[in-house]
Write a protein of this length. Structure first.
Length: 242
């Protein structure tokens, strides 16, 4: 049975229970703030690199106490030994791909060499269809290229939701299966589109274990952000050698 049919069957069969569990989680999960810190800056020495970060709560660092320990801070620090990096962060908690498209269309245009995205979990939890989401992801890449002059978009994969301790079963299994399905489709999109790289974070960050997650059991903690940033930096360096 294909992933799409399995998802449909699970939705029909488990729908009422999943709805109740989803409402309970939204009402009971710890609400963590976006960490303080500058959302743009310059750091490092060496050849000039311009990096734009866009996305949801994971892009803005929910789960750590400062942006230095979040994805943008860790990526910039990882590049600092051999790059002077100008960077900017555009994101907010709860953002979907559609929200991000709208916001980027309103923001002042800019010029960046690389964009790093972190989107998808909110699309899954809000029931966005896979086909619709892929269209929005493709539109996002186009917008980044045309409005922000991005040459390489690093599409961060979806996280291992099937391991999130904040989610009860079977909701954890259901959302986990859907995020894995979205992630596989995102990888195919990146593979078939010039200027895109998929950064698979699910298996890699999952090795950090649940104790590396934030206190809410839903967002990354410092160790996971650090490993995620390593994967992004490795991807950037591989592109530079091509």
């Amino acid at each position: 049975m294909s992933g799409g049919w399995l998802h449909l069957l699970a939705t029909v069969t488990l729908g009422p229970l999943l709805l109740v569990q989803g409402r309970h989680v939204r009402g009971s999960i710890e609400k963590l703030p976006e960490p303080p810190g500058a959302r743009e800056g310059r750091a490092g020495r060496g050849p000039h690199l311009r990096v734009l970060f866009v996305g949801d709560s994971s892009a803005v660092g929910v789960g750590v106490s400062t942006l230095d320990d979040a994805l943008p801070g860790r990526v910039v620090a990882g590049l600092a030994s051999d790059h002077e990096t100008d960077w900017r962060l555009i994101g907010r908690t709860g953002a979907t791909t559609r929200d991000t498209l709208a916001r980027l269309s309103r923001e002042a245009a800019g010029s960046f060499d690389i964009a790093v995205t972190a989107l998808g979990v909110n699309d899954v939890t809000r029931g966005r269809s896979l086909d619709g989401w892929l269209e929005e992801q493709a539109a996002l890449v186009t917008l980044l290229e045309e409005r922000y002059a991005v040459r390489r978009t690093m599409l961060s994969g979806l996280p291992p939701v099937h391991r999130f301790p904040a989610l009860p079963q079977p909701l954890r299994w259901y959302l986990g299966a859907q995020t894995r399905r979205f992630d596989r489709a995102l990888a195919r999109l990146a593979e078939g589109r010039r200027g895109c790289t998929h950064v698979p974070i699910s298996d890699q960050t999952g090795d950090a274990g649940s104790d590396a997650m934030a206190s809410d059991g839903f967002h990354p903690g410092p160790r996971i952000y650090a490993r995620w940033a390593e994967l992004v930096v490795e991807g950037i360096r591989r592109q530079e050698t091509k």
